[in-house]
Unconditional design. Sequence first.
Length: 263
Amino acid sequence: MNKGLKIAISIATIGVIGTASYFIYKAIKDKRDESNTPPPPPTPPPSSQGSGNDNSTEKTPFTNKVQGDLFRVWLNRYYPKYSNEIDLDVTGENDNTTIRKAFGKYGELYKSANKNWAKAKGNAIPSVLLSTWQNYPSKGLITNNAEGNVVLITSLLGSINKQDVYAYYYGSGKVNFTKGGKRILNQVKWWQSGKYIQVGTKQFNGSNYYDTAYNVFQVLEKGFDEKQPIGGVNPTYAFSGNLAGDLDAPSRRGLGLDTNIID
């Protein structure tokens, strides 16, 4: 075997091993992502003003930028007047004079509203989520789940069989719909600030992320009554409540029922 052929075989072997390694890594990552659970829908805080000290100079407890920005988003969402008064933007430093003042006044309320705030991780809220939310901030909230991953959750879309339905947008381009806290759709993607959602072969559109999700909800509501699929996707998967076990069930393996996406 000549030297050139040996080199070519070696390069090809490295390529095959590298490709296989990537797919093994991706499978492990997807499996890990699937075991993550979506956070509960955010509970609006009391309409009363925060009772803390808005002259606080104590350092904030945030250990990364995402934690600080999620607090900023929460405050701008629920207390826009105060946020404007102190000029607190939705992104910025996680510890400076302005955010110390805001956290001193509203920090305890925020921590009670987002029990997992300290688990939020990352260097920034995905820009696609932030810009999407800013197009209609009153109809959703960017928050994090127990694993620390960031998600944009819509306000209540409606109820089916007396169970509340919400949409969860992820920075990866996937969106989940939950009913009573359990996922009810797969093969769902979104793009262009949530103005488009693709469920299987069926495309929905709206003027913003909430309106588009609501259009999906209306079809879901009708589909549950008539047992009709949406774009070839059946929205009536029955879960036992043990999500990890459900995803590992032989009848569901390979369906890609990820409940969270790490970006």
